[in-house]
Design a protein around this ligand. Sequence first.
Ligand SMILES: [Ca+2]
Ligand SMILES: [Ca+2]
Length: 494
Amino acid sequence: MATYRLIPAILAAFLLANSYANERPNVLLIAIDDLNDWIGCMDGHPQSLTPNIDKLASRGTLFTNAHCQAPICGPSRASLLSGRYPHETGVYNQPKSGNALSNDSVLFHGQLLPQYFAHNGYSTYGVGKITHGYEQEAVFQFAGSRGNSGPKPEGPKAPNDVRFHYRPNYDLPYTGTQTDWGTFPDRNDQMPDHQTASWIIPHLEKWHDKPFFMAVGFHRPHVPFYAPQEWFDMHPIENVIVPEIPEDDFLDIPEIGRLIHELPRYPKIDWLRANNEEQLRLCVQAYLACTTFVDAQVGRVLDALDRSPHADNTIIILFSDHGYHLGEKERVSKQGLWEESTKVPFIVATPNGRGSEKRHQPVGLIDIYPTLVDMCGLPKRPQNAGHSLVPLIENSGVTWRHSIITTYAMNNHALRSDRFRYIRYEDGSEELYDHFRDSNEWTNLANNSEYARELDAFRQGLPKDNAPYHPIVGSRPINPWFAEHYERLRVDNR
Ligand SMILES: [Ca+2]
Ligand SMILES: [Ca+2]
């Protein structure tokens, strides 16, 4: 008898819980690897061709002054997934293999972004490059099998590793992963990013009993700059415009600035610029081709969402983990504290948003976590160091931060305000650039007394404490070459 009375109560509770869950919006997080502002809506290069990302910007809010917190894959993702700055966690460097950020109970409380959503009733899915080796399978409920406390949904597992395992040999004079570009492979479906999109699309299209958090991570335009021929054909080599590179740009940069940014495994500028900039032109073409290719994969995923039952109840955030130099500051690489390395595409599109909005305040990838917690109505998480972007998106006249910080190795920081970039290295030397007059950051104003007030404001904004290197990344500097040369610099300066 008691059972009869209980059944309606259980049913009511179940329905209430379900309707409550379904009122929460879904999340589609799209991570792109090493994409700078060479997308149409950011106008970073006159020949960029990214119709799908531009379309997303036209239905959401584009943050035009958004920056990563670390200009290198692993630490950038560790920061945005943990909601903490590198100077708080000590994750300044790539993780040593086999180390799991998600298992650090002291710093991260098992609460990386997808885990927090899982704890709060969401199904979580992850495919492609999201965590950069921080044991992705342990972070998502569905991407893999380990660390999965909840029930396992049906369907195929996400591919564990969707990077290229074969590389054509273009015989470039530089070795390692930072070098190659060209037309490869033959077909789009041989591209790992194509496979990534193909994996997530059926999950987007089907019905879900619970709200979902899906993270899709694309590898292009990370090196090697490979894409099939058709994407190169959209950027004919004879028309490709390469960035302007002044010969004397490094003369006003402190020695540690040149040193800490020196990366031995990346192509050298003299070689790139020889023969009417032959290699640099090929390299820029390949980057543009990869950007257009990855944009098409973004389009496939967004089209699937539009066709699905979730089109009107899904928040979309698209970002890149950091930027990239294509010749500026004499480099084809990331790992810099200058604008090309730190500035990222960052678009937030909500189901009922007005669209084609732009915000120019300094924001960071650190703001993703608190923004999603806010938008989805999850309990506030005090450990989040960033801010919810909802007041900016709604234009509610909020007082915003003065500048956003990017950190490269321990105690080297860049601060970007609405107008200036300030850089301070571990030895105390500085750079200052005025973006109203010098958007290329060619003229260092740090020794110009007219800017004393600005310099002082930035110095006040530097972190008071810099965490030691976290054990998962070790205490080694960025590379052995740097260690050797840094020692020489230290001795010379005595
Ligand atoms: Ca990256
Ligand atoms: Ca300069």
